[in-house]
Every structure is written in C-alpha cells, then in structure tokens.
Design a protein around this ligand. Structure first.
Ligand code: SF4
Length: 224
C-alpha cells in the first residue's frame, strides 16, 4: 500500500495540474480514487462514459461525490460518430466481428480517452499484472505511446489485496462485483463469471483471449 501511495505522491509532484486518474469505476480504480481522496493528492479523476455502462456503474458517480466530495470528469463519445456507427452496423455490431467490436471501442473509448488526456502529462490507472497474460509485464511507472507517464500504482497487487483494502477502508464499490462480475466494462460486453473462470473471462467472452483489450492501454516500461 505504501509503495502504491508513493507512486501517486511522486506522480502528483512531478506533474502538477496535468495528472489525471482514468477510472473505469471498477474495484481497483475505486482503491486508487480512495488513495487520492484520502491523502488529498492533487490528481484529477475522470471516467469514460461510453453510453453503454450498467446503471450500477453509473450509480458510483454520486456515491463518490457524496463520500469524497470530488467531482468525476465524465468524457463521452462524439454523438455523430455513435449515431453513424449504429446506423451503419446496428446496435449489436460488437458481436459481428472483432473489427467492428474494436471500431466500437475506438469511438466510444479510445477517441474520448485521447481528448481526456490531451494537455495532460501523466495518467493513473488501476491495472494489475495479475489481471491477464497481456498485463503480466506491467510496471508501476511506464510511458504510453504518446510519451506520457502512465502510472499503475497497483501493478503488483493481488485481487485479495484490492478487496482487503476495500473492506478495511469501507470503499464504495460497484454492486455488480457481488454478482460475480470481477471485471466490469460496457453492459453488452460484460457478463458474470462462473466459479473457477478467469477474472477477465466475462469481458468480450465470445472472442479469443489474445484479442481482449480495447485499445486504451498501449505502453512501454520506463527502463531508465
Ligand atoms: S466494450 Fe463493447 S460496447 Fe463498450 S465500447 Fe467496446 S465494443 Fe462498444
């Protein structure tokens, strides 16, 4: 916990006024928001409202405001892009092909993330190495493909560490987690997992494991 806090404190010091936590409002991100709020760190908090989130996820926005007194920035996709995409490919395009699923993630997540990060020199995520094979080499401090610092303070935390922190500090969390949704994204692309399934098995479950990222996390580790 101390190491995660140190990463956040160092990041806030190194990037005054230009650091932001991008939260999916999942359990890990709630831990990071709690650390930021508890220690009054000057880090903005923002989320991507794709227009496809569960009501339970959106319910966390007023809960965070009430608990911490902070306002979460809400970044949405460009309306004309969504309208055009849905008109052309339909509401269920994400199931038709990986290309269309990625196109949907592109306009609902990647493009708004670009705007969210514009003018910012550092961002903070709740990613953990344990979450998937593709995240197995995650470092606490990385550089994204645009050269921004990307801080992953929970990189070496286990799932048990996350839930221990949530319980200990009474952190608000998405009630879908109690209904066997360990990883929560957009409603059409997230399902509950069965006992013994991987924690990311409920995300884009109809696709091969190798395809299961949405394009938000492209980075390289800082080696110096
Ligand atoms: S997760 Fe699903 S609904 Fe959300 S942006 Fe990606 S394809 Fe679209």
């Amino acid at each position: 916990m101390l190491q995660a806090l140190r990463v956040l404190q160092d990041g806030a010091r190194a990037h005054p006024g230009t650091i932001v936590q991008t939260t999916s409002l999942g359990a890990e991100d709630m831990v990071v928001t709690d650390l930021i709020a508890r220690h009054r760190l000057p880090v903005a908090v923002a989320t991507l409202d794709t227009g496809m989130l569960h009501a339970e996820t959106l319910a966390l926005l007023p809960a965070i405001r009430a608990r911490y007194g902070i306002e979460i920035e809400r970044w949405t996709p460009r309306e004309e892009s969504v309208v055009h995409f849905v008109r052309t490919h339909g509401e269920r395009a994400m199931y038709a092909s990986i290309e269309l699923r990625k196109a949907c993630c592109g306009l609902r997540k990647v493009e708004p993330l670009g705007r969210l990060l514009s003018g910012r020199s550092a961002w903070v995520t709740g990613l953990r190495r344990e979450q998937s094979g593709q995240r197995g080499t995650l470092e606490q401090v990385q550089v994204d493909d645009a050269g921004r610092a990307k801080l992953n303070p929970l990189a070496d935390w286990t799932q048990a560490d996350v839930w221990h922190y949530i319980e200990r500090h009474d952190v608000p969390y998405n009630e879908l987690h109690d209904r066997y949704y360990p990883s929560i994204g957009c409603a059409p692309c997230t399902r509950a997992v069965a006992v013994g399934e991987d924690i990311r098995a409920g995300r884009w479950w109809w696709e091969d494991e190798a395809a299961k990222e949405c394009g938000l996390h492209v980075e390289r580790a800082i080696t110096a």
